[in-house]
Design a protein around this ligand. Structure first.
Ligand SMILES: [Fe+2]
Length: 238
């Protein structure tokens, strides 16, 4: 089963889809790439709003999308989630669990865009010690642009067996040769458990699942892509 674990398709929710028409077209593009399930993960920034306010906004946007999707056939199934920006006290928030991807005990977590220093590793370790949920690191490859190395990402994953990595399809699809080989190695080494399009719109950041799939199959083999599909399915089964 092909699952997109990261998308900004909910209408007028964040810097993603501008309305239901664009959302439906994005879902159709994913259906064309044979994507079966899409997780809707609008940005959640605690510094801007509390969890309850976010969830209420998300519910309204979701209802608009459901209404628009009602008469459209062949769309992927969609599930609610959030792309939660890391803050050290996140796991102490009483509503924290409500940020899990619907039907799972996983939260998509976005880390700061900076070189990870020792304080950050302690913050994440303390967070995981208090965290009752499992973590999917959003666009794990992106942190490499800030001077981090794959070893730094691996170090975060070693903090807990409940941390796994998501890679962006667009990163694989649009990377130059050097970066593409680097990302392919992360997949071949088993560092990447799931994929996400991180699609925001139809033009500048459209869903690129199909293109990423063909590159992964070509560079890492069919079995690597199938492993990713199975690991995504297991998240919904656990
Ligand atoms: Fe995102």
């Amino acid at each position: 089963m092909r699952i997109d674990f990261h998308s900004h398709i909910l209408p007028k929710m964040d810097d993603g889809s501008s309305g239901t028409e664009e959302s439906i077209k994005m879902l159709k593009m994913l259906a064309d790439s044979k994507v079966d399930r899409v997780v809707l993960t609008p940005h959640f920034y605690r510094q801007n709003e509390n969890i309850q306010t976010f969830l209420e906004r998300r519910r309204r946007s979701y209802e608009r999308l459901c209404e628009a999707a009602e008469t459209v056939r062949g769309l992927p199934e969609f599930f609610l989630g959030a792309e939660v920006y890391f803050y050290p006290s996140l796991s102490s928030d009483p509503d924290f669990e409500k940020l899990c991807i619907e039907g799972t005990d996983h939260i998509l977590l976005e880390l700061p865009f900076e070189r990870f220093h020792e304080n950050f590793f302690s913050d994440i370790t303390n967070f995981m010690n208090r965290c009752s949920k499992k973590i999917i690191l959003a666009h794990a490859e992106r942190y490499l642009s800030f001077g981090n190395k794959p070893e730094d990402i691996r170090r975060i994953c070693k903090i807990s067996r409940h941390i796994i990595c998501q890679m962006n399809c667009s990163a694989i699809a649009e990377a130059g040769i050097f970066e593409r080989n680097r990302f392919a190695k992360m997949i071949s080494d088993g560092m990447v458990s799931v994929l996400g399009t991180d699609a925001h719109n139809l033009d500048t950041r459209p869903p690129m699942f199909g293109k990423a799939e063909s590159i992964i199959v070509r560079k890492c083999g069919q079995s690597a892509f199938e492993r990713i599909c199975r690991s995504g399915e297991s998240i919904f089964r656990e």
